[in-house]
Design a protein around this ligand. Structure first.
Ligand SMILES: CC(C)(COP(=O)(O)OP(=O)(O)OC[C@H]1O[C@@H](n2cnc3c(N)ncnc32)[C@H](O)[C@@H]1OP(=O)(O)O)[C@@H](O)C(=O)NCCC(=O)NCCS
Length: 300
């Protein structure tokens, strides 16, 4: 069994990150290596860590996050719906609950807008997608001079996506729901070491610990694109103040050394993890990006 602890990013990033973590109302200090946002008392983002302004390069990963309550409006939904394909609109219309429909619309609208940020010559509505053998979507057209990859995640109240020139990137965002964070669930999907580290925690700490592991494991699965075809208890996340690492049981064919993990809290109610399996030395540079909202005009 091999283990690799990933380290923080460049020095400046770590210093800013540590200041930021202190403001996080969820108290999520230990697990965050490169947290990307600061939080106000109400849990909303009040500032971002230096979103870099240079264009996407081969070794960057762009992260986009929307808190739905912060952007929700009829015009916003309409603008997102407008850029979606007919198939995506049909999928959206199949949701029974309005809030799930809205979540889907924001997620898929955001993805298209984010891809067009990376490739401004393609209109958001012009992207077409296909799915891989385990359901992972990828860009089918238009063909790009340099490949562009993404991963999308949505949960109650929050949508997120990552865009990169590397395929092995994954993101998972989850609502910190005490109802879903159950020891019986952990025992079904977490490794022995992960379960042991959750035992004896106070209820609030347990919910946080549960979703720390859940989002990290899910982000890893999504970066690999294999869905649930990997035995979830055969790889184990290690979270420490120094960083986040992963170890694999022998039956999982992967190299722990090439993975970098990052966690952040988009709000006091959400946890988000990013998995970077690019193998790029030191990990991809994560940039939090804001989208120009088409429903708010040019400066929105
Ligand atoms: C398919 C799967 C990725 C769904 O994950 P999820 O947490 O329910 O949903 P998310 O919102 O994070 O991600 C959904 C998006 O991932 C993308 N996706 C779908 N299949 C994928 C795959 N095989 N690999 C990577 N991304 C995938 C899609 O863009 C999808 O969006 P859409 O459904 O709106 O089209 C899969 O991992 C799964 O079913 N997980 C179940 C949850 C579980 O048991 N997790 C164990 C964690 S320890």
């Amino acid at each position: 069994m091999t283990a690799r602890i990933s380290r923080a990013g460049p020095d400046g990033t770590r210093a800013r990150a540590e200041r930021c973590v202190g403001k996080n109302p969820t108290g999520s200090v230990a697990a965050a290596i490169r947290p990307v946002e600061c939080f106000g008392a109400d849990g909303h983002i009040v500032s971002r860590l230096t979103p870099l302004i240079r264009p996407m390069t081969a070794d960057t990963l762009d992260l986009y996050v929307w808190l739905i309550e912060a952007i929700d409006s009829g015009p916003a939904r309409e603008a997102c719906r407008e850029v979606m394909s007919a198939d995506e609109r049909q999928r959206a219309d199949r949701f029974v609950f309005e809030r799930h429909r809205h979540q889907f619309i924001y997620a898929h609208g955001m993805l298209r807008l984010a891809l067009s940020e990376a490739a401004p010559d393609v209109a958001p509505s012009d992207w077409t997608f296909a799915t891989g053998p385990h359901g992972r979507p990828f860009i089918a057209a238009p063909a790009r001079p340099r490949a562009l990859y993404f991963n999308l995640s949505h949960t109650e109240g929050c949508v997120a996506c990552v865009v990169s020139g590397h395929e092995a990137v994954g993101v998972d965002v989850e609502e910190l729901s005490p109802r879903r964070a159950r020891m019986e669930t952990a025992e079904g999907v977490f490794s022995r070491d992960e379960i042991a580290s959750l035992q004896g925690l106070l209820p609030d700490e347990f919910v946080r610990g549960f979703f720390d592991y859940w989002t990290l494991k899910e982000a890893y699965l999504k970066a690999r694109g294999v869905g649930l075809h990997l035995p979830l208890d055969r790889f184990s996340m290690q979270i420490s103040p120094d960083g986040i690492g992963v170890s694999f049981d022998p039956e999982i064919d992967d190299d722990a050394g090439k993975w970098r993990f990052t966690q952040t809290s988009p709000s006091s109610l959400h946890r988000l993890s990013i998995a970077d399996g690019s193998g790029v030395s030191g990990g991809l540079a994560i940039r939090t990006r804001a989208l120009r909202h088409p429903w708010q005009g040019a400066n929105g």
